[in-house]
Design a protein around this ligand. Structure first.
Ligand SMILES: C[S@@+](CC[C@H](N)C(=O)[O-])C[C@H]1O[C@@H](n2cnc3c(N)ncnc32)[C@H](O)[C@@H]1O
Length: 390
């Protein structure tokens, strides 16, 4: 089978009996034998059983688990080719909107993740590609060095009552989160981690803190925090600069998490109001506000569907989960008088869907891409929109 092109999940595309087939670990112009692993009415997914002709773009992956582990999809091309591939597929997605990404901002392509989530079932590791089986791992080369240094201690734990293990690393401190039943013995490993949680309960050490530029954030065991802190810093600085350039004063920060963006931009604007559904995150947002002595920010624990009176703000930042904005939120933005929207998105498909609605009343001024997740097909985009008419 000849691979025609790549899809936006890093898979090769070929056709068999007029049906599209997505082939893992296959590059354009490669000739491969395949084995179908999933057969649906409209498409199939396949693995390569033999490479008959190999692309000139293919390189040897650095990770020993590549192709088996489901975590990374793009280690078989150089980082430069990965960035070209991401730019091209994004521009393909946004083509019908008449816009392009203006640049892709990058930093480290390995050792960038400040969090890994390991699954436990007889062994400790990541899900295998397209499977709920687990591949045991002793190293993850996209995770930062401190996390990798700690993985070896996990074999000291009795995992009988554990379903999931999270390791986080911020400001040279390590956090271990053990999710499962409450009956977990940590006596053999407690000395190797700065902080340990069982489920959401702190059982050893003190809370750890992440510093981004000069702002400090408490890190929650199970709440959201950006996974690539150096790219997050670049993205937050970019958003802050947008606010300064646009002379914005009152900002509504929807899906604000633990206040990461709200608190980062607070010194450049008059007032920020953050809205977040997760109770623990809002508790931390208020703790983080105190930690940084910031007074011009307030937070509310609510669904963004309930936001009202938004026309008192000149700018809205939205940073929704992958599912994007709800119809209610889009409707409220369209019928508001908000001048600027800054849309932070980790899913280009739902982003495009939402922009298609928003462009009724908003010009898409720019799309800037941040390579938050190198070696995977995921990217983060920041879109600026300005109101066309009142
Ligand atoms: C991608 S995270 C962004 C967090 C934050 N902006 C940051 O940079 O750390 C999305 C956040 O939206 C929250 N969320 C999901 N659905 C929501 C809803 N309907 N209303 C408010 N917040 C929601 C999640 O709990 C999560 O914290």
């Amino acid at each position: 089978m000849q691979i025609v092109k790549m899809d936006n999940q890093g898979r090769g595309i070929t056709y068999y009996n007029d049906k599209i087939v997505f082939v893992n670990n296959a590059l354009p112009l490669e000739d491969v034998d395949i084995s179908i692993t999933l057969d649906k009415k409209k498409y199939s997914v396949a693995s390569v059983t033999k490479y008959n002709k190999i692309s000139n773009f293919r390189i040897k992956p650095k990770c020993k688990y590549y192709g088996i582990c489901g975590g990374c999809q793009l280690e078989h091309i150089t980082y430069t080719d990965e960035l070209d591939y991401k730019t091209n597929y994004l521009n393909d997605i946004f083509k019908s909107l008449g816009v392009k990404t203006d640049r892709i901002i990058t930093n480290k392509d390995y050792n960038y993740r400040d969090k890994i989530t390991l699954k436990v079932n007889k062994c400790i590791g990541f899900y295998k590609l397209n499977s709920n089986d687990i591949i045991s791992i002793d190293k993850c080369i996209i995770a930062d060095n401190l996390i990798n240094d700690k993985i070896k201690y996990l074999k000291l734990i009795d995992t009988t009552n554990i379903k999931e293990i999270i390791i986080k690393s911020f400001d040279s401190k390590s956090m271990l989160v053990l999710n499962g039943s409450n009956d977990i013995d940590i006596s053999k490993i407690s000395k190797y981690f700065d902080t340990i949680y069982i489920n959401n309960r702190l059982v050893s050490g003190n809370r750890i803190i992440a510093t981004i530029d000069n702002i400090k954030y408490y890190i929650a065991p199970n709440g959201f925090f950006q996974v690539n802190i150096s790219i997050a810093e670049m993205m937050f600085k970019y958003i802050k600069k947008l606010c300064v350039n646009k002379k914005v004063e009152r900002i509504l920060d929807l899906y604000c998490g633990c206040g990461s963006i709200s608190l980062f931009i607070a010194d450049s604007v008059k007032y920020v109001y953050g809205v977040e559904l997760n109770k623990e995150s809002i508790k931390d947002a208020n703790n983080n506000k105190k930690l940084n002595n910031i007074t011009n920010v307030d937070f509310s624990c609510d669904t963004t569907d309930n936001i009202d009176n938004i026309s008192s703000f000149d700018t809205v930042i939205v940073d929704p989960p992958r599912s994007g904005l709800s119809k209610k939120v889009i409707q409220k933005l369209l019928s508001s008088k908000i001048k600027n929207i800054i849309y932070v998105s980790c899913d280009p498909i739902t982003l495009k869907r939402d922009l298609t609605y928003l462009k009724d009343k908003y010009n898409i001024e720019s799309i800037t891409t941040f390579d938050m997740f190198p070696n995977t097909y995921h990217v983060e985009n920041v879109v600026t929109l300005t109101r066309i008419s009142p």
